[in-house]
Design a protein around this ligand. Sequence first.
Ligand code: FMN
Length: 331
Amino acid sequence: MPTAFPDPRPPLHLRLQQLAQLAANSLYDARRFWRTSFTNGAQSRENLRARIAIGLHFLEYGMSLRDSAPGRGTDKATQLALDIDIYIARFGSDASAEIALRTLESWLAANESSSSDLSLARQVAAAHADAPVTGLKGGCEEVRREEIQSRAMMDFLSFAEARHSIRSYSPEPVPLSSIERAVRAAQQSPSSCNRQTCRAHVWTDPVARTRILSLQSGNRGFGGQLGGVAIITSDLAHWEKANERYQGWVDGGMFAMSFAYALHAEGLGAVMLNWSECRERDSALRKVAGLGDSELVITMIGFGSLPERLRVPISQRKPLSWALKLNEPLG
Ligand SMILES: Cc1cc2nc3c(=O)[nH]c(=O)nc-3n(C[C@H](O)[C@H](O)[C@H](O)COP(=O)(O)O)c2cc1C
């Protein structure tokens, strides 16, 4: 019997190699963040869109509080007004401008009695009163508990327990409407300051699908059966400073999960396809998929139609007591 366990660490030269990899890949991520986020000021259209989204979010946030004092958020409203003005001057009026204008107008109406100086916000709202209206909304609305519960109550645990990572598909094509509904559902995921940084790049064409999947190592044995593949990205142009450097993965993870659940709700099968990759492979994927410099790849998701019968791993979950730590004593 050995008297001591062997040193569990890999040899020093391999550990140093890993350290160098870690540094090079962290630098690769940091450089993209530096180039595309608005750490350097809101220069691109997406940067400005993000700042507008943050600004209007704070107004909506304030207006949704039970006790919202008149004039709360005047500084934010003024900044938003300035950003709207710059945005429309540079890029014209679009969905982002329309939502921001509706929010600003709604905030102004709610704060009419405020003694703060609202002149600039009023001026901008009036200056763009003739901007195109397509029916997009902004501000706050009242909802009833019953409305929420009547649409939301379901046995979600059962729904979640019936989802499996699917690795066996039937050749039946996936309806476009199901893909669209799944992306719409994913868009409903929470996002930091409602910035909505995530996209699903979806390919159903077999040739394109195969090229994308050839760069991913976790679809062996079933990739050829998939009806579609999605690359989920977060647009780094929406993140501001170093403290947000990982926010893309957080928001992107939630978007990806909603998309997978939504496909499940459409009666389809789906499987997350890992994108924990180093810079060489990441660069190769961006080139093939034509991803913009500011798009951070979060994960791929394969999906398709379910066969009549299939095998799935049991993937037994750990005891609840491992995952739920309730009311533990504080330090
Ligand atoms: C980020 C992420 C990446 C994954 N990558 C792969 C993959 O490349 N190939 C695969 O077959 N499954 C992949 N999976 C699926 C996991 O293996 C699976 O979720 C886990 O074993 C639990 O099984 P279940 O999803 O059926 O409950 C991935 C899951 C996650 C969350």
